[in-house]
Design a protein around this ligand. Structure first.
Ligand code: NAD
Ligand code: UDP
Length: 336
């Protein structure tokens, strides 16, 4: 089977490409490299010993995408491409809505034109806004609180409408919790531009001495130790969730939503402690004010994915810390 992976040189897309290749799927990647590096393609080949076809194109260009579908008989699409920085989306909403929405519309139009109806979409737990209770189930009300999250919710709505319009469509939205970690080879991982926004890459950059100290955003939340709690999931587990969704897609309803998380929350302090234990490194940190827009707690009820996709996360917080650290040590400057 030929799988088109949009955003395949990015963090989650590259790890998923490896799992696809390991399962003998052929992979065609399209990515405009706006937030990734072409070196990823070489690394993927090194890890898997398999060839990947790569197109450096922008999904905003429908003609270019059309040509990819002319060149390859695509059987299914995994759609990772998009912008993902919450803070930037607040400052530049039009950039986010244009890129995330128009890319997806172009993709769906071209898929329909070529009678390709299987689509797995990267959604996010951010679509739950500030949930009233935990763990978070798929049928909880959705309520995005920033343009990034709203773009994900809008896309979910579009995909649901599309699935109603033509019963050939088989669409799965996967709502990721907090992806961290890296491939165990240490050859691919998360390579943020500039100063990282997310906890784990910030932590590893402090540990390696690129940043002076970690700022813990808030220690007065109503949580066990006052710091924010999240459901961190190893990116390789997440990648495997996509394979399960692909394998089961024919048996699913036309449109389905799944949480992908471990079902367990860790506080910021617990992550720091796990990281120190797993790596033997000391991490300097200090408490600062809460980060605007953060919610106190978020963790998944992941039982729907277990029941229907037969998927669950296998890697624990120590694996996540060790693999993140291994990637950071082997690539102190990411892919550069
Ligand atoms: P990433 O930025 O590493 O990967 C996204 C890729 O899409 C990048 O390689 C980028 O160059 C590419 N891209 C962006 N716009 C494009 C366009 N118009 N045409 C072609 N390529 C384009 O991000 P990621 O962490 O791998 O996330 C993948 C997806 O998962 C995103 O849609 C993101 O919103 C979603 N998601 C990520 C997280 C997370 O914490 N990493 C959490 C929830 C959801
Ligand atoms: N966090 C922190 N310092 C940082 C980055 C994040 O204390 O430099 C906290 C943040 O407040 C949240 C958790 O770590 O409680 C996870 O944040 P991240 O940005 O990684 O993911 P989010 O859940 O916000 O998408």
């Amino acid at each position: 089977m030929n799988i088109l992976v949009t955003g395949g040189t990015g963090y989650v897309g590259s790890h998923t490409t490896i799992e696809l290749l390991n399962k003998n799927y052929n992979v065609i990647i399209v990515d405009n490299l706006s937030n990734s590096n072409e070196k990823v393609i070489e690394r993927i080949k090194e890890i898997t010993n398999r060839h990947v076809k790569f197109y450096a194109i922008d999904l905003l260009n429908e003609e270019d995408l059309n040509q990819v579908f002319i060149n390859h008989k695509i059987d299914a699409v995994m759609h990772f491409a998009g912008y993902k920085a919450v803070g930037e989306s607040v400052k530049l909403p039009l950039k986010y809505y244009t890129n995330n929405l128009v890319s997806t519309l172009n993709l769906c139009k071209v898929m329909e034109r070529f009678n390709v109806y299987k689509l797995i979409f990267s959604s996010s737990a951010t679509v739950y806004g500030k949930p009233a209770s935990f763990p978070i189930k798929e049928d909880f009300p959705t309520n995005a609180t920033n343009p990034y999250g709203r773009s994900k919710l809008m896309i979910e709505g579009i995909l649901s409408d599309l699935s109603n319009s033509n019963k050939n469509w088989k669409i799965v939205s996967l709502r990721y919790f907090n992806p961290v970690g890296a491939h165990e080879s240490g050859k691919i991982g998360e390579d943020p531009n500039g100063i990282p926004n997310n906890l784990m890459p910030f932590l590893t950059q402090v540990a390696i001495g690129k940043l002076p100290e970690l700022k813990v955003f808030g220690n007065d939340y109503p949580t066990k130790d006052g710091t924010g709690v999240r459901d961190y999931i190893h990116v390789v587990d997440l990648a495997k969730g996509h394979i399960k969704a692909l394998e089961k897609i024919d048996a699913l309803d036309n449109y389905e939503v799944f949480n992908l998380g471990t079902g367990r929350g860790y506080s910021v302090l617990e992550v720091i402690e796990a990281f120190q234990k797993a790596t033997g490194m000391q991490v300097k940190y200090k408490f600062v004010d809460r980060r605007p827009g953060d919610i106190p707690v978020s963790y998944a009820d992941a039982t729907k994915a277990l029941k229907i996709l037969n998927w669950k996360a296998n890697k624990d917080i120590f694996d996540m810390c060790i693999d993140s650290w291994n990637w950071q040590q082997n690539n102190p400057n990411g892919y550069n």
